[in-house]
Design a protein around this ligand. Structure first.
Ligand code: EPZ
Length: 429
């Protein structure tokens, strides 16, 4: 398995290109099942493992998935003239949990589907009860057998009012897509408000859907008999933007992020500003500058959008390990999202966990060490810590990183970081 080696202590200086949002691209790809016409997605981070895995899954359902072009000009076209299989097998679903999103569109279009239940993952049990209850509300008959969800709607799905007992990004996206082809109108109450939900509604409406209220907690979908093809540009990745902003915060320096948009992560930018990081919006992007004399300790609590995003919690905590003062980091979305804490501790961080809160007491500096990644965002928080640590940090199991960050080490080394990927053979030495 590849490793990443970082020799810390170098400030960042340069430009980092931001890609399309992984967590928008995944549901957007599933929209390709909702029409027999081509759906083209531009600005798609198509080299990410999660995107490739979902492409494999769509292909075995009967989609033709073609990626053309390079960099920002890259486009993925998904054409599903016919659904050739309504089964999503375990060996693909277990690799990428968001695969569960194909269930509703398959039932909407083919009136039946058999999708493996996604397992849990490192950050929590990740149940899908809100997805299944929502589809049942739209008239699907749901059965759980042999680890698979079997769903049927012989006469098709019917519009309904769905009240989510808790905010769920995936369940909101799932029901929006299923309801787009249901008979009648669906209202989602207590819906997720994330920018990726809004981006999905924009794409569905471009395909002929009739969705209003995306971005609020009440979304109305007027079902249509069919949807047509479209071309849609994937929204920039707000978590990638926030990750590189925090890389500047911990390593020091100044970086320009073209096409970055502060409105996608206002709560996180507010906390970073309080810590002393400066932001200048210019030339269609954002310039980020770290404070002289280090960061100030700031408390954060993760919440559904527009609150502080859980996907930036580990990165913010890494940044706070070397702050002047202390920071209380509270995780309210997932039950087990502090796996980066013991690894940061091995680098000299002073962090005490009490339930869902972690008290981070700033230390003068971290020291490099071999550390282990356990999930996508925990792994990138260790890279950030390595940028500031004295000496050499080796981050193991970087396949987690490859699920969510394109060319991470190339982007950081282009800004002066001493960071290198050690290929399997090199890593073994
Ligand atoms: C999406 O996951 C993101 N993934 C996650 O990003 C992100 O952390 C999460 O939203 C929260 O913002 C994608 O978009 C592919 P949820 P999702 O449903 O949709 C519970 C990353 O690092 N829940 O909003 O699965 C759930 O256990 C990933 O890029 C139920 O109880 O998240 C969690 O505690 C990690 N029942 C809470 O709700 C359900 O049916 C929020 O989950 C569904 C969720």
């Amino acid at each position: 398995m590849d490793k990443i080696r970082i020799r810390g202590g170098k400030p960042l200086d340069g430009t980092i290109e931001i890609g399309g949002a992984k967590n928008a691209a995944l549901p957007l790809m599933v929209c390709g099942l909702l029409t027999d016409e081509p759906l083209t997605l531009t600005n798609i981070p198509s080299t990410l493992m999660d995107i490739r895995t979902l492409g494999e899954l769509l292909t075995q359902h009967g989609s033709e998935v073609v990626v053309k072009g390079e960099g920002a000009g890259r486009a993925m076209t998904i054409t599903t003239k016919n659904i050739t299989s309504t089964t999503a097998p375990y060996d693909l679903v277990r690799k990428m949990r968001a695969s569960i999103l194909v269930l509703g569109p398959l039932v909407a279009r083919e009136h039946e589907a058999r999708v493996s239940l996604p397992g849990g993952c490192a950050i929590g049990s990740r149940p899908v009860d809100l997805h299944l209850d929502g589809l049942a509300a739209l008239g699907a008959e749901i059965e759980l057998t042999d680890g698979y969800v079997v769903a049927r709607a012989p006469g098709g799905l019917k519009g309904a009012e769905v009240v989510f007992p808790k905010v769920s990004v995936g369940a909101t996206e799932h029901l929006m897509m299923a309801a787009a082809l249901a008979k009648g109108t669906t209202t989602l109450i207590n819906a997720a408000r994330e920018p990726e939900v809004v981006d999905l509604a924009v794409c569905l409406n471009a395909m002929g859907a009739e969705i209003t209220g995306a971005g609020t907690d009440r979304i109305v979908i007027v079902g249509k008999d069919r949807l047509h093809g479209a071309t849609h540009e994937v929204v920039p990745d707000r978590i990638e933007i926030g990750t590189y902003m925090m890389a500047v915060g911990i390593a020091g320096g100044r970086v320009f992020l073209p096409r970055a948009r502060i409105d996608l992560l206002k709560a996180a930018v507010k906390s970073m500003r309080e810590a002393g990081i400066a932001f200048t919006e210019r030339d269609g992007g954002v310039e980020v500058t770290a404070p002289k004399g280090g960061l100030k300790g700031v408390d954060v609590v993760t919440e559904p959008f527009p609150g502080f995003p859980t996907d930036l919690q580990a990165q913010f905590m890494a940044m706070m390990t070397v702050c002047n003062g202390a920071s209380m980091v509270t995780e309210t979305i997932f039950e087990n999202r502090f796996m980066h804490v013991p690894e940061l501790g091995r680098m000299g961080a002073n962090i005490t966990v009490h339930g869902s809160s972690a008290l981070v007491r700033g230390v003068p500096r971290l020291t490099g060490a071999p550390v282990m990644a356990t999930d996508l965002r925990a792994s990138v928080s260790l890279v950030l810590a390595g940028l500031a640590a004295q000496g050499e940090t080796i981050v193991n199991r970087v396949y987690h990183l490859d699920r969510g960050y394109e060319r991470l080490e190339a982007k950081l080394s282009a800004c002066g970081a001493d960071i290198e990927r050690l290929k399997e053979s090199m890593a073994a030495e």
